[in-house]
Design a protein around this ligand. Structure first.
Ligand SMILES: [Zn+2]
Length: 481
């Protein structure tokens, strides 16, 4: 039977040319946020492909988190933990930025002032810069991938270090980049007597100074900052209010669902503003559509969500999970990839990239229409409703329950084993996973004689999932009552 979908896809064979996809729709800034520093295994050739893919997705903006992943001459402690990173071994980000420019993409260098990757290593050698926790004692270690201490911005040495480190990144290493993302920490601040309720004023001193220095050299630079210095509002999760400092309309604002709530009055005053969420990295195409709709209704000028995938070796129990320790992170849960193979070209991620391309250009695009575009691009003229259903099911299998550091349970028996040992593998969960695995088995069986490269890929991935459970079936077996 010929489905209605097949007829529809035949009418819209070729996707629009690159240029036709760009600069249109409700967002002036489109693209992705990528934690480059947590992806040590990819070299310049890989990143050139990734940048090309971003351009093909309609992107003109790449937030590239580089702190901790360049070979600082002044502060080698910032990358000592990340010595295996390809850009630490053989510096290439300047070339990558040049490449991005040839594809019309502006690159913003990401870092966190006084915390997170690279920066949080400094207190290992300079303990006087270590922040103070709510209990009045020096903070413990924290982070993702790069574990260290966040810094107290009231300490002159913290300010000096951060300024010199970021100057080195922005002016000495990558002067061709287009600006900065100054990502205020979402997990910790300093509670010492000098910081306390004034923490964001102290952080702002750095933000203002580095912004002025960057704009002095490059008046058109995009400097993305959090609203925490201007709004006076409660900062989510940190128990302290934002500062009320003067807002320079040259700044671009950054908003997220978890750490920086939308502020309509500030958005109106800024030259531009970006909405971030985790949907392309962690969720389904439906969530990407919802994210684009939310960004548009908020009146921001850009939608730049996460495309984060990790490939570092965990040295601590990330997310409290001992079983991850000593293992290389599996990017997006795609366990078939070799260490140096980027995950963004694999079928489940293509589903989300196509969703981002389409919904960021037109958040109102009907989901059915997206399905037909997806079917056409992956299966060509052999697309059927069933094949698209199966493709979305496989994508969901990798997304459901995945966290930043853990593959989804259904593609990772080790995770399910850990859940069992933690008493979290309830009978309901086992039943849910058995049903999911059965659906994947049916997909594997349905596509054994593929009629397109896309269908061949779909089959290969379904088969890979089934294979993971070959000797592990008893983990999911219903327990005797
Ligand atoms: Zn402090």
């Amino acid at each position: 039977m010929l489905s209605a979908l097949t007829a529809a896809t035949i009418l819209m064979l070729a996707p629009p040319a690159d240029d036709a996809r760009r600069g249109d729709g409700p967002f002036a800034q489109r693209g992705y946020y990528i934690t480059f520093m947590r992806m040590p295994t990819y070299d310049l050739a890989d990143w050139r492909r990734i940048v090309d893919a971003i351009a093909n997705d309609g992107g003109n903006t790449l937030v590239l988190w580089v702190a901790g992943a360049f070979r600082s001459r002044k502060f080698p402690i910032t990358w000592a933990y990340n010595e295996e990173h390809e850009n630490v071994r053989n510096d290439f980000v300047r070339d990558l930025v040049d490449r991005a420019h040839t594809r019309g993409i502006r690159v913003l260098l990401g870092f966190t002032p006084f915390g997170y990757d690279g920066v949080n290593q400094y207190p290992l050698e300079h303990p006087e810069t270590r922040a103070v926790g709510k209990d009045g004692r020096p903070v413990g270690k924290g982070g993702i991938g790069c574990w260290g201490y966040n810094l107290c911005p009231s300490r002159p040495e913290s300010q000096r270090f951060l300024l010199e480190y970021i100057r080195e990144m922005a002016f000495d290493f990558y002067p061709n980049a287009d600006g900065l993302l100054i990502e205020s920490s979402d997990y910790a601040i300093c509670h010492c007597p000098d910081c306390g309720p004034h923490f964001f004023e102290k952080e702002f001193a750095f933000v203002k100074r580095i912004s002025d220095e960057v704009w002095a050299k490059k008046p058109d630079a995009t400097i993305v900052v959090y609203p925490h210095y201007f709004s006076g509002a409660e900062v989510p999760g940190l128990g302290v209010r934002a500062a009320r400092q003067p807002f320079d309309p040259r700044w671009t604002l950054f908003f997220t669902p978890h750490s920086a709530h939308l502020d309509p009055a500030l958005i109106k005053r800024a030259r531009s503003s970006l909405w971030w969420d985790d949907s392309p990295a962690l969720r389904r195409p439906q969530d990407i559509k919802a994210g684009a709709l939310r960004a548009r209704s908020a009146g921001v000028t850009g939608y730049v969500p996460s495309l984060e995938a990790f490939s570092f070796v965990a040295t601590v129990a990330e997310e409290g999970q001992e079983w991850l320790k000593g293992r290389r992170q599996v990017p997006l849960g795609f366990g078939w990839l070799k260490a140096g193979e980027p995950p963004y070209f694999e079928l489940p991620m293509r589903v989300n990239r196509i969703a981002y391309r389409e919904f960021s250009r037109d958040p109102d695009l009907a989901f059915e229409r997206y399905r037909s575009i997806l079917g056409n691009e992956v299966f060509g003229t052999t697309a059927t409703k069933q094949a698209v259903d199966d493709l979305l099911e496989v994508q969901a299998t990798f997304a459901d329950g995945r966290t930043w550091c853990q593959p989804s349970p259904l593609v990772c028996p080790d995770r399910v084993r850990a859940m069992a040992s933690q008493g979290k593998l309830t009978p309901e969960k086992r039943a849910e996973y058995r049903a999911g695995l059965e659906r994947i088995r049916q997909i594997e069986a349905r596509h054994r004689n593929p009629k397109s490269d896309g269908e061949k890929e779909l089959h290969r991935i379904a088969q890979w999932v089934v294979e993971q459970w070959r000797d592990e079936g008893k983990l999911l077996a219903p327990k005797a009552p």
